[in-house]
Ligand binder design. Structure first.
Ligand SMILES: Nc1c(NC[C@H](O)[C@H](O)[C@H](O)CO)[nH]c(=O)[nH]c1=O
Ligand SMILES: CC(=O)[C@@H](O)COP(=O)(O)O
Length: 164
């Protein structure tokens, strides 16, 4: 099936027992369950631990990462990385482009400017069918992919010397 390759050899695991924050947008509830199932399964398999916070829509995800980063400087919980989960399905208006482009742009800005490990598991699809194919753990498992991507970025940060 097109678009669901897992690129398994690209994934590496951190040496440390990583603790991550999963931020899930539940705008599409059942799809959110499927993405979370994939992400938590991948982190469990890797021996990582995680907290989960829920937001209404994908546009809220990047700010939660900023809240967590601010909290880490103020005695809050430490996170080694972040997993963003959500589904954006095209509707009739330009809103799709706003939500899809701005959520990804903000995640990219955060990852580069703050040097943090983020796995982007926000689906942007034309319809429900495309979303389900990608969200299900038994099919595209994009939640699992995003979690493994976050772990890989944590490992690369370890290897390249930037300490969190
Ligand atoms: N249409 C979708 C949204 N829209 C909601 C926004 O993300 C946001 O919650 C709202 O504008 C309030 O700030 N979110 C998704 O995750 N998926 C969609 O398809
Ligand atoms: C993200 C979307 O496009 C969406 O859910 C909004 O739908 P619409 O553009 O029909 O208002």
């Amino acid at each position: 099936m097109a678009g669901t390759s897992q690129h398994g050899k690209a994934f590496i695991r951190p040496k440390k027992k990583a603790h991550l924050l999963i931020i899930e947008a539940r705008f599409h509830d059942d799809l959110a369950d499927a993405l979370l199932d994939g992400a938590t399964n991948a982190l469990d398999e890797a021996g990582a631990t995680y907290d989960v916070v829920t937001v209404p829509g994908s546009l809220e995800i990047p700010a939660v990462i900023t809240f967590a980063l601010d909290g880490m400087g103020e005695g809050g919980k430490d996170y080694d990385g972040f997993v963003a989960l959500g589904t954006i399905i095209r509707g009739d208006t330009y809103h799709f482009d706003i939500v899809a482009n701005e959520s990804s742009r903000a995640l990219m800005d955060l990852s580069v400017q703050e040097a943090i490990a983020i796995g982007n598991g926000i689906l942007t699809t034309e319809n429900d069918a495309q979303a389900w194919t990608r969200a299900k753990r038994s099919e595209g498992d994009k939640g699992g992919f995003a979690a493994r991507a976050a772990l890989t970025m944590i490992a690369l940060k370890e290897q390249l010397g930037a300490q969190s």
